[in-house]
Design a protein around this ligand. Structure first.
Ligand code: BDP
Length: 580
């Protein structure tokens, strides 16, 4: 889905700000005096627990005046993210509904609005996670008659309008999609879709706006192209034009990605990932996008020497990927399929886990939702040079029966939608190189392991042995590139000890150093993503003290001691730079 961009033929009005807010909507103006910020999660804005713990629909409303000059144009409302389900009304007419909390949707409202006049825009947002949503969860009815939400991931189920809302205009006949694929010699293959039969002209501009190529029959050739590289995000612009009627400008980079043997190649050169699994998570805003945190997080990643991150555990705001494109940061782009694993929840209840993949648990309907999530992710992000790999799921029960039947069609779908990027998934602890049923379907094996934390806590010597045996098993069994997509230890800033004591700052540093010793002994290793960039909020529970504290930075982005250690390693300050 094209990101709205202002061009000579397209305009847009940003609708962010304060909206009226209510738990109820019966048509017409919303009752009450509450106002909510957009973009933001609504959960932490208010003091009333009935709002924070609400399960179901909430409602946002504002009036919008259509710009005077838009007469004759098609007018769309675009919602960048309504987590997890959104419903849009113009006055009281429903115009769009969308499932999936981290990908955009829009409604053509041309016939319902008039240039120069106002309308009432109402957006319902539903936070329920069920067996057929991505991510999945369970809603049960409490004895007090209130619904309760549970789910298989630790991060808090923030909800709301997490990203911008737009009103935008396009001409009657317009460009509806652009796909760009590049080769290192400067060959740019493109496809442009239009709303009606129309001839499309294509030119390519460099970053000064100078024309460097003209398209013909789906191909444009840039002479002596400047490659998009990790650390140097050079961008060209593909300008697609329907003769004087519509213009769309699509940024892109000239770069290739390839898996060869046990190597991950960007532009034909081996690439070693350094960085983090992240979250969209900040105080008060929850999962609301914020440009200040965006800039600061990228500054910190640069400071520490991270060349990449994974959008754990859902697609991030498009602003984030645009920024990564411009600054040469490499991204592993993940769907919101986190928690397809019922073994994770059996925990303290003593109940034997139910099978994850079955008609009663996660079956065809879940997979259909997952397929939509894959489709929408690739449709949204296919032109970002920063995105080098799709992650189809985090920690699915890939060791259980039914996993292969569940994942094979999704892998095939992703390969059809994008034959150019490798695929991965993050492998849960219980899935070993001996019992995993899907690893051979994927290109890169991304391993989540917590030896020294959930296993062998406080015993880094034992942890080191377990880890090495485990990783070598994956390398030897599959002959594919292997990277660590999660390793980390909860750490309370300010807690210190001279021994290997979990939760101390010294322990986090020692834990990471232990992992790095192992990685450096394995030649086939292609990268390390620490869990997590920053502390983040989690759901209520006894396993977390005000959130997950595995951050290398605190939730307000102050470095813990391990940050300095990572910086020395990743910036090569003590000669140990992990590039091969
Ligand atoms: C992994 C999950 C991640 C959690 C992490 C942890 O992929 O989302 O936050 O464990 O427990 O299982 O810290």
């Amino acid at each position: 889905m094209l990101r709205p961009r202002p061009t000579a033929t397209r305009e847009q009005l940003n609708l962010d700000g304060l909206w009226r807010f209510s738990l109820d909507y019966a048509g017409g103006p919303l009752d009450g005096t509450l106002e909510a910020a957009v973009p933001a999660s609504y959960n932490d804005l208010f003091t009333d627990p009935a709002i924070r713990d609400h399960v179901g629909w909430v409602w946002y409303q504002r009036t919008v005046r259509v710009p005077r000059g838009w007469a004759g144009e098609r007018v769309f409302v675009r919602v960048d993210a309504a987590t997890h389900r959104g419903r849009v009304y113009v006055d009281d007419i429903a115009v769009a509904e969308h499932a999936g909390g981290y990908t955009p949707f829009e409604a053509d409202v041309t016939d319902l609005v008039r240039a120069g006049e106002e309308f009432r825009l109402t957006i319902g947002v539903n936070n329920e996670l069920t067996e057929v949503t991505i991510p999945p969860g369970t809603v049960t009815m409490g004895q007090d008659g209130r619904p309760r939400q549970s789910y298989q991931h630790d991060f808090y189920n923030y909800a709301g309008l997490h990203r911008s809302v737009w009103l935008h205009s396009v001409p009657e006949v317009h460009i509806t999609d652009v796909t760009v694929v590049t080769a290192l010699d400067g060959t740019v293959s493109y496809e442009v879709a239009t709303s009606a039969d129309a001839e499309v002209r294509v030119r390519v501009l460099d970053d000064t706006g100078a024309q460097v190529a003209v398209g013909e029959n789906g191909v444009a050739k840039i002479d002596d192209p400047i490659w998009w590289r990790p650390g140097a995000g050079y961008l060209y612009t593909l300008v697609a034009e329907i003769d004087g009627r519509d213009v769309y400008e699509q940024p892109f980079g000239v770069r290739t990605v390839e898996v060869r043997g046990a190597e991950f190649l960007i532009n034909g050169e081996p690439f070693y990932f350094t960085g983090f699994g992240k979250h969209e998570d900040t105080p008060v805003r929850g999962k609301g996008h914020d440009d200040a945190y965006l800039v600061h997080d990228f500054q910190l990643m640069n400071w520490i020497g991270a060349n990449s991150f994974r959008t754990s555990h859902y697609p991030y705001a498009e602003e984030v990927l645009d920024f990564a494109d411009r600054h040469g940061i490499v991204v592993i782009d993940e769907t919101a399929a986190v928690g397809l694993n019922l073994a994770i929840v059996s925990g303290l209840t003593g109940a034997p886990p139910r099978p994850t993949f079955s008609p009663e648990t996660f079956g065809d309907e879940t997979r259909a939702a997952h397929a939509r999530a894959v489709t929408e992710l690739i449709a949204r992000d296919k032109n970002h040079p920063s995105v080098v790999m799709w992650s189809l799921a985090n920690e699915p029960a890939s060791n259980e029966d039914g996993a292969r039947e569940y994942f094979q069609p999704l892998v095939e779908l992703a390969r059809t939608l994008d034959p150019t990027r490798p695929l991965t998934y993050s492998v849960v602890m219980f899935a070993t190189f001996q019992n995993d049923k899907i690893a051979d379907l994927f290109d890169v094996l991304s391993i989540n392991r917590y030896y020294g934390w959930y296993v062998a806590a406080g015993d880094l010597a034992a942890a080191e042995q377990y880890l090495e045996g485990d990783l070598r098993g994956w390398v030897a069994t599959f002959g594919k590139p292997v990277m660590m997509s999660e390793y980390g230890a909860d750490t309370m800033p300010g807690l210190h000890a001279v021994w290997d004591t979990p939760w101390t700052e010294e322990y986090q540093a020692a834990y990471l150093a232990m992992n790095h010793r192992v990685f450096d002994r394995i030649d086939e290793f292609v990268g390390e993503h620490v869990w997590n960039f920053a502390d983040f909020q989690t759901s209520h529970g006894i396993h977390r003290v005000d959130g997950n504290r595995k951050g290398v930075f605190t939730r307000d982005r102050r470095p813990k001691a391990a940050a300095q250690e990572l910086r020395r390693r990743w910036r090569g300050l003590d000669g140990g730079k992990p590039s091969r």
